[in-house]
Design a protein around this ligand. Sequence first.
Ligand code: C2E
Ligand code: CA
Ligand code: CA
Ligand code: CA
Length: 275
Amino acid sequence: AKRQGRNQIAWFTPAMESELRFRGELEAGIRRGVSAGEFVPYYEKQIDLATGELVGFEMLARWMSPTLGKVGPDIFIPVAEEIGAIAELSESVIRQALRDARAWDPKLTLAVNISPVQLRDPWFAQKLLKLLVEANFPPHRLEIEITESSLHENVGLVRSMITSLKNQGIRVSLDDFGTGYSSLAQLRSLPFDRIKIDRSFISSMPESEENRTIVKSIVALGQGLGMPVTAEGVESEEVLAALGGYDGLKAQGYLYGHPQPADITLEGLRQLHMT
Ligand code: C2E
Ligand code: CA
Ligand code: CA
Ligand code: CA
């Protein structure tokens, strides 16, 4: 520990120092990586359970760091948000994704995740439209995912953002539903096109009667509000069987494969004659 003035001890340990250094390197690495194009889209399949057909993909960002290797978004998104790099990062991966998705069957949709930090930008919808125009990508093929936990920040702002996106033909989903304490009144007042039930309720359905009840209720709620439902985190045939009885469901999860980079995704689509 290091002495600071009179009897003041700053508990600055070597572990903290190396953590801070790591944090500093992470921030610098993210800034550099955004300019260097190290952030790339991966794609996870989305299946219509009624037909078993592939209906689209969710884009999930990955950082191909020259020093750290492949890094997942749970590590770099919060840091990118804090250092003000999220908008640029997001724009970079969305731009790539729009280009990739243009080579897919035009029936297939592309879902992208948007940070609450981006939703606070009054120009967000404009910026997104600009990307769509640049890529010559039809807005109706794009779906924006907003997490339930980003709702409490400023519902009024989120509402007008959703409305302006929808006016352009872009669809908007409520992500990670069930984990974020949104009220039913809020849900009713926000014009989402779809609800995505969080993985934590889905993956344990076979063992948990409670979770089966919760999922059943959310599906019914979605039906009542005119918001079809996606189940995320479908990992096994058992989970799929537990979801079997519901109409209008979409599903995604490791049962259908892990998220894949653009080239492998495209190769898979060629085999399905969906390019
Ligand atoms: P999310 O939107 O809820 O995405 C689902 C996460 O669960 C993904 O993790 C996916 O790889 C993983 N997953 C999918 N199926 C299964 C399964 O069957 N079992 C298990 N255990 N996991 C499954 P990932 O790719 O690490 O992404 C984590 C979160 O990072 C995402 O959660 C999303 O909120 C955020 N994220 C990803 N890409 C972006 C981005 O470009 N921008 C922003 N703002 N956030 C992003
Ligand atoms: Ca998502
Ligand atoms: Ca989710
Ligand atoms: Ca999540």
